[in-house]
Design a protein around this ligand. Structure first.
Ligand code: NAD
Ligand code: MG
Length: 388
């Protein structure tokens, strides 16, 4: 029997929640995947440990000040070491890998991911902010370069899986499920006092700090609506959100005959990560299975838009389009950063984002440069407001 060639993986953001789980998946299938690039921002120790174990071609440490430390730790190996933001983009363009797992968090993921697409690399996309900021340009470039962008985000992976075999059938709408994080049912009088530690305790998923806060504010679902718009070429009114606290139905697609397909399973990011890397194949594993006798009540409710106003702001950005999603994202990144350092209250995050959205000039069809400028402008307004 002929084996398919080994897929060479570049893992951008290897030290994060998605990155480390991706390495677990890769380790189980050495006949299918090899690790060629590993990148991290500041966690040099874990990066070095991962590099020694997986022997990639190249590692990149985003934080330049850690370059010497990483190089010395890997001096006895053949692994090339680069550092800095620009190196991430340069390595993304190199011909040493087949598929990029884009698992950097935030706006920082945009440039390397876009560079990979420009160079014809397949993308397994965890970094939703890339599509929130510049989804039109990113997807247009992917179309021109015939590059597949396969979602890793569990909701979008669910939709993607529901669409297999349905290429000729238009989507009527998609239904994104939201667990609503740790503050389901809470009202502003409770949320006003919430601190970092509460927000980081998600009931069903164990994730990086930024996305955990975004899940608690429901901004994550708003970002995912924008992500879905670009991935599946939808109009804003074709994207619905329902609160589903059990996180068993990962999302659904409704077709023009009224039929609805759902993708289900226990909440475990390794599944969508593995699906994106192995697509179109499904790989056997022995992870725990969903037993419906234990999950015999699945519930679906309307989100509380008045309490979780970040979701309302994101929907406004989705509908108006242009540079507004980019501005929303930038303001949110600064607000979350400040919240995580106890310098901004939970509800104040929304106020900052709203003010920044009103202040940055609207551009209907921004160029890439204009997206970069809008991001910078939104960040500096947000920082002014928070006084950082
Ligand atoms: P994380 O914070 O755990 O990890 C982020 C990774 O990006 C780390 O390797 C870090 O070193 C790197 N990084 C951070 N800032 C950087 C910068 N400025 N330059 C270069 N590298 C930088 O985040 P995560 O939870 O793994 O999430 C990664 C992405 O995947 C996010 O966009 C998130 O929305 C998305 N996602 C995550 C999950 C999840 O379960 N964690 C689920 C769905 C989608
Ligand atoms: Mg998600």
């Amino acid at each position: 029997m002929n084996h398919p060639p080994v897929k060479r993986i570049a893992l951008f953001g290897s030290t994060g929640s998605i990155g480390t789980q991706a390495l677990e998946v890769i380790e189980r299938h050495p006949e299918l995947f090899s690790v060629e690039v590993l990148t991290a921002n500041a966690n040099d120790e874990l990066l070095v440990q991962q590099a020694l174990r997986h022997q990639p071609h190249i590692v990149v440490i985003g934080d330049d000040s850690k370059y010497t430390k990483v190089r010395e730790a890997l001096a006895s190996s053949d692994i090339k070491v680069f550092a800095g933001e620009q190196a991430l983009v340069e390595v993304a363009a190199m011909d040493v890998y087949d598929l990029m797992l884009a698992a950097i968090v935030g706006y920082a993921g945009l440039k390397p991911t876009l560079e990979a697409i420009r160079n014809g690399k397949a993308i397994a996309l965890a970094n939703k902010e890339t599509l929130v900021v510049a989804g039109d340009i990113v997807m247009q470039t992917a179309l021109e370069r015939r590059v597949p962008v396969i979602p890793v985000d569990s909701e979008h992976s669910a939709i993607f899986q529901c669409l297999v075999g349905e290429a000729r059938n238009p989507i009527e709408k998609v239904i994104l499920t939201a667990s609503c994080g740790p503050f389901l049912g809470r009202k502003p009088n409770y949320l006003v006092n919430v601190k970092r530690e509460h927000a980081l305790q998600h009931p069903n998923w164990n994730m990086g700090a930024k996305i955990s806060v975004d899940s608690a504010t429901l901004m994550n679902k708003g970002l995912e609506m924008i992500e879905a718009r670009w991935l599946f070429n939808l109009r804003p009114d074709q994207i619905q959100v329902v609160i589903h606290p059990q996180s068993i139905v990962h999302s659904m697609v409704q077709f023009e005959d009224g039929s609805i397909k759902a993708q289900m399973g226990l909440p475990d990011m390794k599944l969508p990560i593995q699906y994106a890397m192995a697509f179109p194949n499904r790989l056997a594993n022995d992870w725990p299975r969903c037993d419906f006798r234990k999950f015999n009540t699945l519930t679906f409710d309307e989100p509380d838009y008045r309490t979780f106003r970040n979701l309302t702001l994101a929907i406004e950005a989705l509908k108006k389009g242009g540079n507004l999603p980019c501005v929303l994202n930038a303001a949110n990144e600064i607000a979350v950063w400040a919240f995580l350092r106890n310098r901004l209250g939970f509800l104040e995050m929304t106020d900052v984002i709203e003010s920044v959205m009103q202040r940055v000039a609207y551009i209907e069809q921004p160029s890439l440069e204009e997206y970069f400028d809008s991001d910078g402008e939104a960040r500096s307004y947000a920082a002014d407001l928070i006084k950082i």
